[in-house]
Every structure is written in C-alpha cells, then in structure tokens.
Ligand binder design. Structure first.
Ligand SMILES: Cc1cc2nc3c(=O)[nH]c(=O)nc-3n(C[C@H](O)[C@H](O)[C@H](O)COP(=O)(O)OP(=O)(O)OC[C@H]3O[C@@H](n4cnc5c(N)ncnc54)[C@H](O)[C@@H]3O)c2cc1C
Length: 415
C-alpha cells in the first residue's frame, strides 16, 4: 500500500480550512493537519462582514472579477477560471449553507450570521478527517535536506515538531511567518495597510457625521499614479474623522503603497456630483439663476445635496445667506461650481474601516506557480490567502481569493 502522505497546513483561517477540506476529501489516504497558533480557529471569518461574513461577490466571470484586485489581478485570472464565485456559492450550498445577494452585489449567508460559515467549515473539516492542533504556534520550518525526505515544522518554542511531506502556508499577514519564508529564499513585498478611511479636518464637513452623497468622484492629487488608480466613484460618506464609503475604500486599496509612502498626507478633490464637470455645473447654476431666480441660494439645495452639506458648500463659496439665485454673478457661480465639482481637501492620516481591513504585501507573486499555488523555489511548499501579495477592494473579494487559492492548493496537496 502507498505510504500515507502527511500534510501540514499552517493557519486555521479561510484559506487553510478550504485547502485542508479539499485535500482530505480528494485524497482519503492523506493525513491532513491544520496547525493554528490561536485557541480558536476561523477567528477572522467569525468577525468578518460585521458578524455576517461577506463570503463572496456576485460577479461571475474571471475577467470582471479580477478587476477588484489591485494586487494579484493578472495572477488570479487562471485560478478564477478553475474556481470562481459560482463555485464558492455551490460549495457552500452543497453543505447546506445558502447565500443571498445584496443590492450592491455582496453575498452573505442567508442566516446573516458568520457562524453558519464557521460551522460549515468546521464540520466539513471534521467529516473529512482533518486534524486540528490549536494553541500551536509554528516557530520555524526547515526544508528537506534531500529529495524524498520530509519537511520539519517546529511548534511552540521547539516543544514539538511535525515531519510532513507537504506544507501549506496559510498564515495570513503574520510578519513572523514572512520572516521564516524570507529565510527559505522567498522575497516578501513589505506589508502596508489597505482598506482604510481618510482623516480630514475641515469646516465644510465638520459635525456632518452620517451625511452621504450617492455618487461622488474622489481623485487623489499630486501623487504619481496611473490615471485609473487616481480616481474612484460611488457613495461617499462623511464620518466623525473625515470621509469614508466605497469610493474612499477603493482608492485606499488601489493606492495603498503610494499613500503609505506619503505617510497618509495628501490632497484629494471631490466631485460631489459625479459625471458633471466644473464647467457643466457652472452652466447648470446659470440656468437656475433664471429658473428659480427669486429663491434663496442657501435654503434651496440642488442636485440632491442634503441641506446641511449644501449650506457648508454655499458658505465656502462666500455666498451670503440672503442672496437669491437670480443675484449671483459669474465669480460666485464659479466658486460654488468648484465647491460642488472640484472640492479639495487635505487628508492627514487614516482610520481603520470597521468591517474589513487587509494587508497589501506578502510573498512575491512571480515566485508562485498559480496552477497549483506552489512555490517555484521549493517543491511541496504551497500558499494561499493573505500570506501572498494579493488583496482586493472591499465586498467579499478577499475571501474569494482565499477560497480559490485554498481550493487549488488543496487539490495539489492531495496529489
Ligand atoms: C474585521 C475584518 C473583517 C473582514 N471581513 C471580510 C469580509 O466580510 N469579506 C471578505 O472578503 N474579507 C473580509 N476580511 C478580510 C479577510 O478576513 C481576509 O482576507 C481572510 O481572512 C484571509 O484569510 P487567510 O486564511 O489568508 O488568513 P487568516 O484568516 O488571517 O488566517 C490565518 C491564520 O493563521 C494563523 N497563524 C498565523 N501565524 C501562525 C503561526 N506561526 N502558527 C500557527 N498559526 C498561525 C492565524 O492565527 C490565523 O488563524 C475581513 C478582515 C477583517 C480584519
């Protein structure tokens, strides 16, 4: 009988569990062990999506899906053509976890509870015979000295060691594990935060917490970035600290590295009315001068602006409270149009986005064979999830990368 293969998966998160289950279900003759430093596994899945777990996103083709990965888009094309969002939905449905699509495309378990996903992964792993060693911190790993020999995995200050045939790194964004990988010869792209909100102190948005505009465009100024990395549009939300919402989060992900280099001090311009330039807005304001000439500018918000935000922009354009639409001249019109369509703010720092934050950086992608998520430097060393230099905008895409990587690495581990 063939020798029973021993597989050690470092990290009991989304990627580690998906790989372990796939491997154990595919190769019944493999001994699959998840080694997790924490007391509990699947901690991030549990707290994800505000406790609801945004499992994936309703974009069904690899070509469209990869557009949401500022790092990893090119490398994920192939993997997504083998295991895409539809496969994730089916995978969970087959295990009795139905998912639903929200208006913005994010997908959650129908239960609206991340516990359904945690339970499903836990039960599937147990059913497949996966062994789970918790409170077991991997300190170091050593490659085989000769072909055919096992790896050595040192656990808890060397108290314990495992000798697997194959290893998978699913340790997320743990700097210590990146150091271990550096010693094995892998290059690590230095980690920087991604998915954060912009801190702005400015009288125009002070104390307007909770006010939003449905479709604004945000542009980063003065940083050398490709054009498509400089702007994003979507709902814009004023928070206690500054600005948030999909447009800001998207920019924080796309420009994660450049903004880190700037120490999060930079300028943005906001077009609160996406799709209409300063000139077009000036023309629209001129028309209002005849259409509603007798009405007061300040107390008659236009273009869907909430009253309080409109007041601030009118004040910033130096338009007196008693001024009527028919009474504003070219200069004031120009100033108001600029506040609406090219409203500049100084960003000074960042804040953590409460629902989801990730790290940009990790194992250099050109060192990975993405057919199998295997190292090109060492045989029998596999990776998936946040340990790699892959990350996405918010919306369920980070988990999708972990499921896909975990699944394909799991198949390769099972060989
Ligand atoms: C608050 C929050 C909410 C989020 N919500 C969402 C969401 O709704 N949708 C989405 O797509 N993404 C979300 N994300 C991002 C998502 O959680 C991650 O992208 C995903 O968990 C990455 O999975 P992973 O398995 O690579 O890493 P992790 O989930 O971080 O798992 C890595 C595991 O490895 C273990 N480990 C590390 N080092 C060692 C070691 N030396 N020895 C043993 N074990 C070790 C860790 O303890 C951990 O359990 C969220 C992130 C956060 C922080």
């Amino acid at each position: 009988m063939a020798k029973k293969q021993k597989i050690v998966i470092i990290g009991g998160g989304a990627a580690g569990f998906f790989a372990a289950i796939t491997c154990a279900e595919t190769n019944k003759n493999a001994e699959v062990i998840i080694v997790e430093r924490g007391k509990d596994v699947l901690n991030k899945v549990k707290i994800s999506g505000g406790g609801r777990c945004n499992v994936t996103h309703a974009i069904w083709t690899p070509r469209e899906l990869v557009k949401n990965y500022p790092r990893g888009a090119r490398e994920l094309m192939g993997p997504f053509s083998k295991f895409c969002t539809g496969d994730t939905v089916d995978w969970f449905a087959k295990r009795d976890v139905e998912t639903k699509i929200e208006d913005d495309g994010r997908m959650f378990p129908v239960s609206d509870s991340s516990q359904s996903i945690v339970d499903c992964l836990w039960k599937s792993a147990k059913r497949a015979g996966v062994k789970i060693y918790n409170s077991s911190r991997v300190e170091n790993i050593y490659p085989p000295e000769q072909k055919g020999q096992p790896w050595k995995v040192m656990i808890n200050n060397g108290d314990n060691a495992l000798y697997p045939d194959k290893i998978m790194m699913a340790s997320g964004s743990n700097p210590k594990m990146w150091d271990v990988l550096k010693h094995l010869g892998h290059a690590i792209v230095p980690p920087v935060p991604s998915l954060f909100t912009f801190n702005i102190k400015d009288t125009r948005i002070k104390d307007l917490l909770g006010i939003s505009m449905p479709n604004a465009e945000v542009k980063i100024n003065g940083i050398d970035l490709p054009k498509k990395s400089r702007t994003a549009h979507g709902p814009l939300l004023i928070t206690h600290w500054g600005l948030s919402g999909p447009a800001i989060l998207k920019l924080s992900a796309i420009a994660a590295r450049e903004l880190n280099e700037k120490k999060y001090r930079f300028e943005i311009s906001v077009n609160w009315r996406y799709g209409y330039s300063v000139n077009e807005t000036t023309e629209d304001l001129e028309e209002l001068g005849t259409e509603i000439s007798k009405k007061l500018v300040r107390s008659n918000p236009q273009f869907g602006f909430p009253q309080r935000l409109w007041h601030r922009l009118v004040d910033a354009a130096d338009i007196p409270a008693e001024r009527r639409w028919g009474e504003i001249g070219k200069k004031m019109r120009g100033k108001l149009a600029a506040q609406i369509a090219h409203c500049t703010f100084q960003v000074n720092g960042k804040s953590t986005f409460k629902e989801e934050f990730v790290t940009a950086g990790g194992v250099e992608l050109n060192e990975i064979d993405f057919q199998r998520f295997e190292s090109k430097i060492h045989d029998n060393l596999f990776f998936a999830g946040e340990v790699l230099n892959i990350d996405a905008v918010t919306g369920g895409f980070n988990f999708q990368a972990a499921w896909t990587g975990g699944y394909l690495a799991g198949l390769a581990l099972a060989e």
